[in-house]
Design a protein around this ligand. Structure first.
Ligand code: GLA
Length: 393
């Protein structure tokens, strides 16, 4: 059975209740939310200035809170799987020392966002965080927290409202405070996602195009393998370095500028690993552009084939898949009504994404459950809205 998740209003009322308990019965005055994401295609291309095609999820992080008249900040998380303690008090000193990353880890994303907020200094506040995005599950729980928090700060002290700069500031928070040298995809779609649409992002120009994906006959099934291999932390920066090495051997600023012809000509000047990494990136950028075109035409079969080609390339050339993800993709592809399936996100565990007919959902879930050696969690999703300000009752 597909997992049910709390609605935005359920999350808000839970957070509001906790706010009241923590702060002497007071009610929070501001509520915002920002979504997690799933990437349909275009994996490990964002930090190569290529294209990605993610969509925002109905799984969101909510922040409720109020400004206070001192320089103090109190943060509370309602996420039961966040590390302890679930409350953090800090004083926004002028030297910024209170914003250094430390423990608990969940608060680092918030500290990073405060540090990179584009209209400093921020006033003191109290805030409660609640989320339906599984933490560390490859659906960008961290980007949704960063973007939700940034949106919260905008309500206390507005910045210039530039959406792209907002995503970049949140990406900076992830770099400096979580130590993850991520690309721009997760934060970008969490800010700019639109209901019923996937988002084609050009990660070089930071231009984005909303592509309709609202056909009621289709759903996007996310299957969480429920495995997380620790490799992902060290392998991600390593892949980035390998791509940079490939680009430098090719004499290009980034792999976005390289063609397969360039790569073949330079093959003798690079080792096989670097060759395969670059091959994945160059072909994946092309696949993403093709997939976006296919989606515009409603050519779901073609789109699905590109998803599978993407998975195979991530498995064989980029080497970021794992046995569990491969099993999930193979099982999904055996079902009639499934167009395509692939691993999504950084890899080494986490989730797969599957495009299928709405009418095939039950038998697909059942089949994957029978075939998968682990115990998966399923989310039946449709493309949802990016960050929003919510009205409080
Ligand atoms: C992680 C990063 C993204 C992107 C993907 C791989 O999710 O946060 O920026 O690089 O991996 O496509």
């Amino acid at each position: 059975m597909a997992s049910s998740f709390p609605s935005v209003s359920e999350l808000v009322s839970g957070a509001q209740q906790l706010y009241g308990q923590m702060f002497g019965g007071e009610a929070a005055r501001v509520a915002v939310c920002a979504p997690g994401r799933v990437n349909l295609i275009g994996e490990h291309t964002d930090y190569n200035e290529g294209f990605v095609l993610p969509m925002a999820l109905p799984l969101v992080t909510v922040v409720v809170g109020s400004e206070i008249s001192s320089q103090n900040v109190t943060l509370v998380t309602a996420a039961s799987d966040a590390d302890e303690p679930q409350r953090l008090d800090l004083c926004l000193s002028s030297d910024g020392s209170s914003l250094s990353p430390g423990l608990p880890r969940w608060a680092n994303y918030v500290k990073g966002v405060i540090q990179h907020y584009r209209a400093p200094p921020v006033p003191g506040f109290r805030a409660v965080i609640a989320t339906s995005v599984p933490l560390g599950g490859g659906l960008s729980s961290s980007a949704s927290l960063e973007v939700a928090f940034y949106t919260f700060l905008q309500q206390l002290k507005p910045d210039d409202g530039n959406q792209v700069s907002k995503a970049v500031a949140c990406q900076q928070a992830e770099h400096t405070h979580a130590g993850v040298p991520c690309g721009i995809m997760d934060q970008f779609v969490s800010v700019l996602g639109r209901e019923g649409h996937a988002l084609l992002i050009d990660c070089r120009s930071l231009d984005a195009t909303h592509i309709p994906l609202g056909d009621p006959g289709l759903v996007i099934l996310i299957t969480d393998s429920n495995v997380r291999h620790s490799l992902s932390c060290s392998e991600y920066p390593m892949r980035r370095r390998q791509c940079e090495e490939a680009a430098s051997i090719l004499g290009k600023d980034s792999l976005r500028d390289a063609t397969m012809k360039d790569l073949e000509e330079a093959r003798g000047r690079m080792n096989d690993v670097i060759y395969r990494r670059a091959c994945h990136v160059i072909e994946e950028i092309e696949r993403t552009v093709q997939a976006a075109e296919a989606l515009k035409r409603g050519a779901y079969k073609e789109f699905g084939m590109l998803m599978v080609a993407s998975h195979n390339s991530l498995r064989d050339l980029y080497e970021v898949s794992c046995r569990e993800l491969d099993e999930l993709v193979s099982a999904a592809m055996e079902v009639d009504g499934v167009f395509g399936s692939r691993m999504t996100g950084g890899g080494f565990g986490g989730c797969t994404v599957t495009l299928l007919l709405t009418q095939a959902i039950e038998k697909t879930i059942q089949h994957i459950q029978e075939k998968y050696s682990g115990s998966p969690t399923f989310y039946v999703t449709t493309p949802s809205q990016g960050a929003q300000i919510l009205s409080l009752p």
